[in-house]
Design a protein around this ligand. Sequence first.
Ligand SMILES: C[S@@+](CC[C@H](N)C(=O)[O-])C[C@H]1O[C@@H](n2cnc3c(N)ncnc32)[C@H](O)[C@@H]1O
Length: 218
Amino acid sequence: MTVESVTSSVEIGGLLFAYDQRVLEPRPWTRAQSEWARDLLDEVPDGPVLELCSGAGHIGLLALLGNQRPLVMVDADEVACRFARMNAIAAGLVDRVEIRHGQLEEQVRPSETFPLVIADPPWVPSDEVGRFPQDPVLAIDGGVDGLGPTRGCLHVIDQHLDRAGCAVLQVGGPAHVTGIGEWLDSRPSVRLRVSETRAFGDRGVLVLLRRPSGDEPC
Ligand SMILES: C[S@@+](CC[C@H](N)C(=O)[O-])C[C@H]1O[C@@H](n2cnc3c(N)ncnc32)[C@H](O)[C@@H]1O
């Protein structure tokens, strides 16, 4: 049986975002990630924003309000990329947005650097995705420990973050923050540190990543 997709929309931060059941429904609380990113844009060098795991695109698009930065969005789901484009057009931002469809590790050119990276990878452990039947598996499956795609994001951030740049990464909870800290501690070649976290109850945690002291400060 084919399930017909019905386009819905949600207003977040003054913009309207379209989506359907094939992609993750944009969650209003995550505008906090856009707002934090927007604040950080005042202090990082000039240049484009990179958004990894952009889905229907609301987090990155909201981060563009009030500034003139370009945005590169990356997502492995073609349908999500189509919604991101549609939402960029509706927001009047499409001229500043480049949408790249594919695996996050393969979509950034070796020479590219970004002063700000936003990342929202899936983080539900694979054996728990059944608890969220309404969500597409690709959007939530974080691998055995929930941190597989997050580690992928950390690699991309490390390779492409400006020396004076910052990244705002979304994870599921404090255990993920601990896991990220331990993973970074065990890989000194990865030049990132957890600088600050902001928790949003049981909805998620935002993690600010910077270069370690000794590298140029953000
Ligand atoms: C948690 S959802 C976040 C989507 C969007 N930021 C939001 O808040 O609605 C994760 C997104 O990552 C994408 N994704 C999963 N694995 C990926 C990968 N390896 N490379 C690129 N995108 C991936 C999924 O298609 C999904 O859109």
